[in-house]
Design a protein around this ligand. Structure first.
Ligand SMILES: NC(=O)c1ccc[n+]([C@@H]2O[C@H](COP(=O)([O-])OP(=O)(O)OC[C@H]3O[C@@H](n4cnc5c(N)ncnc54)[C@H](O)[C@@H]3O)[C@@H](O)[C@H]2O)c1
Ligand SMILES: O=P(O)(O)OC[C@H](O)CO
Length: 336
């Protein structure tokens, strides 16, 4: 299989919904793309049937996508889009410790146990790699279908890395926008997943559109407080990878995080709502570590705390909403 990857410009690590959709988008103009699947039988299925029935059913994949489960073979590619879920970035990347190409991180989350953002995890596992972050409002099935999509591409290597990556990643309906703010791009994606669970709860409880808009706005205030304290730039948080993705994910049950919250709001227990999911709702894993980081920094994130209470099954959704509404009245300013 590795011979088949010789000379390819780009590969995707992780054949979940997002990795598969990114491979499909990259192959949309006939370019060859390598797609690494953790599951060997899934790699074989993709090559034989041009389908990923486990994670992206419905899409017919381009002939120029070559799937493999040989991780070492991917090291030869100069650009890798890394799309394993956040909690598995370190373990999978440790299989390519000497990778020295462009490593474009696409997972949205914070590592539980360590509190590390994705770029920090990546730099520890593959110190020679040049890290970038791709994040924004991007439902996988829409990208796979070729619908117009815009993302933030935050490059730790600045303009020189952007000049390398933009032509490799951009396609007529997929527009990356340049940023040098890696931390800001990471924080927007990680925090919005947690807030999307809260928006799903609002939907599940039938609390209405006013409540959801209030939650998006006050949730954005929490994202800003946390992000700025972590060194993010305000304009990144207000851009595609922050507010843009928050609005998308908080508005649709196409979001796994939103649908998890909806199930909780409808009265399912957290353990039942989380059990048996083949797909990942990153916010459930990020919420506790995000709340810990915020506490350590003295940053108030009441909505994030509420999501932690819910995903840890400590109280039913109605009680959690009642305590949020009973909080003392205060000034609106987001950073106060
Ligand atoms: N699906 C989307 O629309 C979308 C869009 C943008 C970003 N993302 C982000 O992309 C990342 C991947 O999400 P997805 O939707 O592709 O995943 P998914 O839910 O479709 O699939 C789960 C993935 O996890 C992998 N996995 C399971 N156990 C593993 C393990 N022990 N070690 C390594 N990998 C393991 C599976 O192989 C599979 O690739 C997440 O951080 C998600 O937030 C998803
Ligand atoms: O389905 P979700 O909740 O993981 O969200 C998918 C993407 O992150 C939306 O941008």
């Amino acid at each position: 299989m590795s011979a088949a990857l010789n000379g390819l410009a780009i590969g995707v690590i992780g054949a979940g919904a997002w990795g598969t959709a990114l491979a499909q988008m990259l192959a949309s103009d006939g370019r060859a793309v390598a797609l690494w699947a953790r599951e060997p039988d899934l790699a074989a299925t993709i090559n034989a049937t041009r389908r990923n029935p486990t994670y992206l059913p419905g899409a017919t994949l381009a002939e120029t996508i070559t799937a493999t489960s040989d991780l070492a073979a991917m090291a030869a590619l100069p650009v890798l889009l890394w799309v394993t879920p956040a909690q598995f970035l370190g373990s999978v990347l440790s299989g390519l410790p000497h990778y020295a190409g462009d490593l474009v991180l696409c997972a949205k989350g914070i590592e539980a146990g360590t509190g590390r953002l994705m770029a920090e995890v990546a730099r520890a596992a593959a110190p020679a790699a040049q890290v970038a972050v791709l994040s924004g409002p991007t439902f996988a099935h829409e990208v796979a279908a070729g619908l117009p999509t815009a993302v933030t591409l935050a490059c730790s290597g600045g303009d020189a890395q952007w000049q390398r990556l933009a032509p490799t990643i951009a396609r007529p309906t997929f527009r990356p926008y340049y940023s040098a703010d890696v931390i800001g791009a990471e924080i927007g994606g990680a925090v919005k997943n947690v807030l999307a669970i809260a928006c799903g709860v609002v939907e599940g409880l039938g609390l209405g559109q006013n409540a959801r808009a209030a939650l998006i706005s006050r949730g954005f205030a929490e994202m800003q407080r946390f992000g700025l304290a972590m060194g993010a730039q305000a304009e990144t948080l207000a851009g595609l990878s922050g507010l843009g993705d928050l609005v998308l994910t908080c508005s649709s049950s196409s979001s796994r995080n939103f649908s998890l919250g909806k199930a909780l709001g409808e009265g399912q227990t957290a353990s039942a709502a989380l059990a048996g999911r083949a797909t990942v709702a990153e916010g459930a894993y990020t919420a506790p570590v995000l709340a810990d980081l915020a506490r350590q920094k003295g940053i108030a994130m009441p909505l994030v705390d509420a999501v932690v209470t819910l995903v840890q099954g400590q109280a039913p959704a109605r009680d959690v909403v009642a305590s949020l509404l009973a909080r003392p009245l205060r000034a609106e300013r987001p950073l106060g």
